[in-house]
Design a binder for this molecule. Structure first.
Ligand code: BV8
Length: 246
């Protein structure tokens, strides 16, 4: 894989690198991306139609079971070379922050030390009424009920129509503002306000690098478009920029 020498120089000179990721960074771990066709029992549903408060209010059992199915999916998978290359970057660059739209927790499991989860985490649970975090849930209740107020327990993710966690959004905006280089990896850039981050990064004069096997709307805002799979491009890019590995 050949990379523009100017890009490699910018990576080596960077003190702060921000990696904005979407479902594509987990694809090579075997997790279907958000807009991959759903399979099996879930093929009849669109993810966007299930990931809403209205769907949960209307049919909490189906929505809870969809998340239980997704939790099982992520329980059996491992971080892939894309996640691991991002961890290795921390040993090569002074400040590396991951801003992820993903809810699978794989960046943390890979060893990334600073991960901002814009859309929550599939393994967290909270009460849909009192909003308390619920650590222990009973398997025989679908969905479980809150031990504090009896309300229905829901997954700790951000649904469509819900605001992003204020602190996560603030930290992401600060990271974008301070960064030298902004990677946009494995996202269709369709979901707002997350998709506005790469746009703002370019508007603020940051070096924006897009890694995706497909064309997306954000190709034209990136100075560098690296066409390919994250699990192949990221390790190759680090080897090219730091041949000695340090
Ligand atoms: C909000 C958690 C306001 C749940 C998720 C009209 C226009 C613009 C915006 C809107 C609109 N109508 C409504 C909105 C707002 C809405 C939105 O953006 N809708 C979209 C669909 C139009 N946004 C919201 O509702 C947000 N909240 O706006 O609140 C507000 C403010 C104050 C008070 C109240 C309300 C909340 C959005 C959060 C939704 N939750 N996830 C769950 O997971 O169940 S988003 C969901 O989509 C996932 O988190 C996912 O990460 C995210 C984005 O998708 P991608 O990650 O990009 O995944 P996708 O499958 O699309 O793409 C994968 C990419 O990877 C592809 O490009 C593919 O080519 C690439 N790829 C594949 N293989 C590889 C690869 N890349 C690299 N390597 C590979 N191997």
């Amino acid at each position: 894989m050949h990379f523009d020498p100017e890009l490699l120089e910018k990576l080596r000179a960077a003190r702060r690198i921000t990696i904005f990721t979407g479902a594509g960074v987990s694809a090579e771990s075997g997790i279907p991306t958000f807009r991959d066709a759903q399979t099996g029992l879930w093929a009849q549903f669109r993810a966007e139609d299930l990931a809403t408060p209205e769907a949960f209010r209307r049919d909490p059992v189906t929505v809870w079971n969809w998340y239980a199915w997704r939790r099982k999916l992520i329980r059996d998978v491992l971080p892939n070379p894309a996640h691991l290359a991002i961890v290795q970057l921390e040993r090569l660059v002074e400040h590396v922050i991951v801003i992820t739209q993903n809810v699978d927790g794989l960046h943390q499991r890979a060893g990334s030390s600073d991960v901002i989860e814009l859309h929550g985490n599939l393994l967290d649970n909270l009460c849909s009424e009192c909003r308390r975090s619920v650590a222990e849930i009973k398997d025989d209740e679908v969905p479980p009920t809150c031990p504090y107020c009896g309300g229905l327990v829901r997954p700790g993710v951000v649904w469509f129509g819900e605001a992003l966690p204020a602190q996560a959004w603030e930290r992401a905006a600060e990271a974008m503002d301070a960064t030298d280089v902004f990677f946009c990896v494995g996202t269709s850039s369709l979901v707002e306000p997350a998709a506005s981050l790469p746009r703002h990064a370019r508007a603020c004069g940051k070096t924006v690098i897009q890694i995706n096997p497909e064309v997306t709307s954000h190709d034209e805002i990136a100075q560098y478009v690296l066409r390919g799979k994250a699990g192949e491009v990221l390790p190759a890019l680090l080897r090219a920029a730091w041949p000695s590995g340090s």
